[in-house]
Ligand binder design. Sequence first.
Ligand code: FES
Length: 144
Amino acid sequence: MMNIENTEPTIVAFCCHYCAYAAADLAGSSRLQYPPNVRIIRTPCTGRLEVDFFMKAFENGADGVLVAGCEEGSCHFKEGNLLAKRRVNYTRKLLSEAGLEAERLRMVNIGAADAQKFAEHVREMVETVRKLGPARLKKATNQG
Ligand code: FES
């Protein structure tokens, strides 16, 4: 596939089981409009996500990555979302060093009932990535 410029951007959204995943589910079931090109990955808490997970998502073809956790103060594992925020910020630096725009990785906080907010964050990410074009961290070789 050579003409990636013509395809829709690929977004990966790591969603906390307790909040963003529920919001994403609700967005789907209430037929809220959000772009379909989002791969949702459920996590028990955003604090479980390592820097490596974010980098791998880009290496595997994501153009943008959303990390969606509970509202600050509401994480079920106390400070998992704060830990995630620090890891996201750190990874943004790594991305810049690798020549990718830091805006491609974003941490957001969403309540379980906030389907609207989830849909908005996805739309915003798609817009950002559309403007930036495809991410260039994709592996040169296609090893699956
Ligand atoms: Fe949701 Fe920690 S339980 S971010």
